[in-house]
Design a protein around this ligand. Sequence first.
Ligand code: SF4
Ligand code: MG
Length: 321
Amino acid sequence: MTDILKAIELRKDYRLPRGKTLRALDNVSLTVRSGEVLGLVGESGCGKSTLGRCLLRLTDLSSGTILFENQDISRMNDRALRPVRRQMQMVFQDSYAALNPKRRIGDLITEPLRVHPDENGQKRSRQVIEARLYELMDLVSLPRSALARYPHEFSGGQRQRINIARALALSPRLIVADEPVSALDVSVQAQIVNLFTDLKEQLGLTYVFIAHDLAVVRQISTRVAVMYLGAIVELGDTDTVMQRPAHPYTAALISAVPQPVIGADDRRILLHGDVPSPISPPSGCRFHTRCPKAETRCSQDAPQLRLIGNNHEVSCHFPNI
Ligand code: SF4
Ligand code: MG
């Protein structure tokens, strides 16, 4: 598998009043392989969405490098980014906020086709746009009768189909989906996850799939990255990470999911205390204030992500192996 995207030592800081800094991403490195679904999990506020947005350059980095198909896009300006942007799209959790309520569905889906020129730098004709619109509606199973209607007339699941059609309009290669099913009813969630899977097969897409629901991630992802307080703490094949989590935080997250879903060991690991503030993160290992396995070294010495098995990386001094 070739790499479609490579992130190297990404940092994202937000300046706060009184000289304080919130480090939302701390030294994040990861590779997205062409054709895979990389699941990104962790509690809310751990930096998943920030990472997703930074990968697509929707948010500027403080430092670090992003290579998209071997091209350094980390510091490209908007103009230089335009041709790259069509290759990578984002689908958001809030299907309603992502759609202008005053525009009809047909307009919303075709907007990217009107804004961006085609491969030859030409404006698309009305016929071309219309033909593509029907293709997109079929891909996401939306009826033609939806075209002249407005976003509020649809259910959350249908609105997410509209967002997906819009994201697909320019035939991207990479989609970052930020909790795309979290706001939906469970039965609808399954339909949208299946739609993502079908589209990936049909169109040869690559996904970074952000979710806090491990069952959903298990279902769709080939690999998983687990985040805690702005850093990746574990990365590996989905089955390995779900069945034999090496990082104590991953083990705790998984133990909180009803076990028939995940199929791992069934002892619940309770974490004490809250997630510390990213404004003043703990010294050493960021997880040491809550880690059931912490030892003296953990509060002094920050572990680095390192390979502990086939495709399996973990940042912990005392991983479960
Ligand atoms: Fe726990 Fe120490 Fe590993 Fe951090 S390095 S996860 S505190 S055992
Ligand atoms: Mg988020």
